[in-house]
Ligand binder design. Structure first.
Ligand code: 13P
Ligand code: SF4
Length: 303
């Protein structure tokens, strides 16, 4: 049944000149049929460069939305439009305006995991793999980092010359990893290296051997001589980790971090939208023109 669905997906993809992009946190069956699998930064770059007529984004809403902002003339579809990142909205109304009044030279740095509405009010976007370099390169001393306090705090520690003001938002999936759960894993697997995403709480990062985006964690394992790892990020990365390193061992904190929104992407829904072309993302042009500025600034800084 799955094989039949997959072959229909491949056929339709060819016929419609569609490209399928998938985040590492989507189910493995989705990663298997995608043309490109990656972290947020990689997928944003692919979306910008794509020559396909149709972009099918398997991820959460801010990802498809960003692809549409960068490709207004293309059809951008998502298998499930309700797949949303809760963190993408976690900035209190009026907070950005208030901060701009408080600091004359303020730069609002917006993690790409955010709604178009937040991007419209921001100066530059970042992802977890480029945030440090982009913040370092800004001429501004005062930075309001939205929406993720954990990534913001991690960046602040690496760029002490800036005054980074944190916002009270976080990823509920990464923030749910507890220090005790990680300590238990370390006790069970003392030889394993701890690799963590910067969306985790500071206590987790303090116990980690390496901190990086999902793509950086995967690259770290690929080049490491160690063969046991405790992974503090969403469990979807396991698919790629096992494919690339079949003899290495991977452990997660007891309650495996799982993003239920990412898991809304299924093969059946993917096939359905390729057939029907429903679930197209539409963005108001005036919103798009404002939201593209911080995204373009990010892509121009680091491409
Ligand atoms: P990256 O893809 O940038 O590592 O971000 C992780 C994430 O939470 C995506 O939703
Ligand atoms: Fe949002 Fe966290 Fe899910 Fe990523 S893992 S989409 S940041 S809730």
């Amino acid at each position: 049944m799955k094989e039949e669905t997959k072959s229909k997906i491949f056929k339709l993809k060819e016929q419609k000149n569609a490209v399928i992009l998938a985040h590492y946190y989507t189910p493995s069956e989705i990663q298997e049929v995608a043309d490109y699998v990656g972290d947020s930064f990689y997928l944003a770059k692919i979306a910008k460069k794509s020559s396909a007529d149709m972009i099918v984004f398997c991820g959460v809403f801010f990802m498809g939305e960003s692809a549409k902002i960068l490709n207004p003339d293309k059809k951008v579809l998502m298998p499930d439009l309700t797949a949303d990142c809760p963190m993408a909205h976690m900035v209190e109304n009026g907070k950005i305006e208030k901060m701009r009044k408080a600091y004359e030279d303020l730069a609002v740095v917006c993690y790409i995991n955010s709604s178009a509405e937040l991007k419209c009010q921001s100066d530059v976007c970042v992802t977890s793999s480029n945030a440090i370099n982009i913040v370092k390169a800004l001429p501004n001393k005062n930075i309001f980092f939205i929406p993720d306090k954990n990534l913001g705090r991690y960046v602040a520690a690496q760029v002490p010359e800036k005054n980074i003001i944190l916002n009270d938002g976080c990823c509920p999936v990464h923030a749910a990893i507890t220090e005790q759960a990680l300590k238990n894993e370390i006790e069970c697997h003392p030889k394993a290296l701890v690799l963590s995403h910067p969306e985790c709480e500071k206590e987790i990062l303090a116990l980690s051997d390496f901190v990086g985006s999902t793509a950086e964690i995967i690259a770290y394992v690929r080049q490491s001589e160690c063969d046991e790892f405790i992974i503090c990020t969403e469990e979807g990365v396991l698919f790629k980790l096992i494919c690339e390193n079949p003899s290495k061992k991977f452990y997660f904190p007891k309650t495996k971090p799982c993003c239920t929104d990412m898991k809304l992407n299924t093969l059946e829904k993917l096939l359905d939208i390729l057939e029907t072309e429903k679930n197209a993302i539409e963005i108001d042009e005036s919103v798009r023109q404002k939201a593209i500025k911080p995204l373009d600034r990010m892509l121009d800084t680091v491409i």
